[in-house]
Design a binder for this molecule. Structure first.
Ligand SMILES: Nc1ncnc2c1ncn2[C@@H]1O[C@H](COP(=O)(O)OP(=O)(O)OP(=O)(O)O)[C@@H](O)[C@H]1O
Ligand SMILES: [Mg+2]
Length: 424
């Protein structure tokens, strides 16, 4: 016996309990439905409360939670579709199954439109139809709620993302504005720097010309005889004035090149003629240092388009560097053709450049750890200017060096392909 009771309890507790609010004023109809609900159903068990009017139903709904409301439309205090609307207004989440009269199936359809889950025709209510209808109504209501929840969550997410996006857009706008401002400030600063450098350089040049002229007149002894000591001091003054003039020229050149304001005068020229000229000009300087000066030129090189003054400037700076950083041995100037470029190289047997310093040699104002014992300190602009000049020729410049053994600077200039060659 005991075992049987336990079994029954287990079965009962496994059933789903659904609370039903039956709103029906007709006693017979009410009893009929209650009878069906009270029966033993396989998976479900009902606990029903009954209300005979809408106001009574409202009281029940306000007090407890119901799985389903079974609703007669013709109540003493409410009739027709209005009854559905009012229950819905009171408890929007409880599914409503409407009970209609035999001759009033249309009312059932209207009730669904007004928010009821389903309808049943009284008198036709069969046990399993009523139970199935209740189950479907509960399931549909659950799905609807889940859908509503997912929808509102999605809306919140969309709102969040939209907010994030518009914040990001605002940030980006600010960033762009800031950058523009910085760029404008930079541009203005560059312009001021350029004007300042030009102004200072020009202002320095005028007194420098006067100084040079004064020194020249003194050196020519036009103002009286000079003793040896005076000549020595005058020579020192002249060397320093020359150095200052060179520095000013370099700063001005670099400023112009950097600002793209330097004019280039390109012509088809024979590179060997230019190299020979530089060689001749520099022979005294190289010899004074006690170094050999070697010239190795490949014959019949094709002409290249270049600005000869600028190429002379590059070559002169490179030979000066070689002299400054070489104590013994030789300096070699060489030209040759390589595929579609002419290569010019300046080699020395000087102190060389440390591997870690090599990438910096073409930077402006860059002077590396003193290897040679040059007499006059430069500005560190020579190679930066040279690189910009070679870039303007669409050429390339590079350096190879071995500390203690020497350095070679190379630069190449492109050879223009001749049209006639194409026709051949
Ligand atoms: N042939 C070389 N051998 C060793 N070091 C060199 C050689 N040429 C250049 N350098 C190194 O590279 C640095 C930069 O050279 P760059 O010609 O740009 O400036 P500078 O000669 O010091 O000054 P400027 O040419 O403006 O009078 C030099 O100061 C030197 O340290
Ligand atoms: Mg130099």
């Amino acid at each position: 016996m005991e075992t049987e009771t336990t079994k029954t309890t287990i079965v009962l507790s496994a059933k789903k309990l659904v609370k039903i609010l039956l709103v029906e004023d007709d006693e017979i109809d009410k009893l009929l439905v209650e009878r069906v609900l009270a029966k033993n159903h396989p998976h479900i068990e009902f606990a029903a409360d009954s209300a005979g009017s809408l106001s009574q139903a409202a009281e029940y709904l306000n007090r407890g939670q119901y799985g389903v409301v079974l609703l007669d439309l013709m109540l003493p205090d409410s009739q027709g579709i209005e009854t559905v609307r009012r229950v819905k207004g009171n408890s929007p989440d409880v599914p409503i199954v409407v009970l209609t009269g035999l001759d009033d199936e249309e009312a059932g359809i209207s009730a669904i439109k007004a928010g009821a889950m389903d309808y049943l025709v009284k008198g036709r209510v069969l046990d399993d139809v009523l139970v199935r209808t209740i189950q479907y109504a509960i399931e549909r209501a659950r799905l609807q709620q889940a859908l509503r929840k997912a929808h509102s969550e999605l809306e919140i997410k969309v709102e969040d993302r939209t907010r994030d996006l518009s914040e990001m857009i605002d940030l980006l706008k600010k960033e762009i504005m800031n950058r523009r401002e910085v760029e404008e400030q930079l541009q203005a600063a560059m312009e001021i720097k350029s004007q300042f450098v030009s102004m200072v350089s020009h202002e320095l040049r005028t007194p420098l010309t006067a100084l040079k002229e004064g020194i020249r007149l003194l050196a020519q002894e036009k103002t009286g005889k000079l003793n040896d000591e005076q000549k020595e001091f005058l020579d020192l003054a002249k060397r320093n004035v020359d150095r200052l003039a060179r520095l000013i020229n370099d700063v001005l050149s670099f400023q112009k090149l950097e600002a793209g304001k330097m004019d280039f005068d390109f012509h088809e020229k024979d590179i060997n003629t230019i190299v020979k000229d530089v060689y001749r000009t520099m022979v005294p300087v190289v010899k004074r240092k006690g170094l050999d000066f070697v010239l190795k030129m490949e014959d019949n090189l094709p002409k290249v388009k270049l600005d000869s003054d600028k190429i002379v400037q590059v070559l002169t700076n490179m030979v000066s560097n070689a002299v400054n950083f070489t104590e013994r041995g030789s300096i070699t100037l060489a030209t040759c053709k390589r595929e579609n470029v002419i290569q010019i190289s300046i080699s020395d047997t000087g102190c060389g450049i440390r591997k870690e310093d090599l990438p910096r040699v073409f930077h402006e104002f860059e002077q590396l750890a003193r290897g040679g014992n040059r007499k006059t300190g430069g500005s560190g602009l020579g190679l930066a200017i040279s690189k910009t000049i070679i870039d303007q020729h669409r050429g390339n410049i590079c350096v190879e060096s071995e500390p203690g053994r020497g350095t070679t600077f190379y630069f190449v200039l492109p050879i223009r392909e001749r049209r006639t060659k194409d026709r051949d």
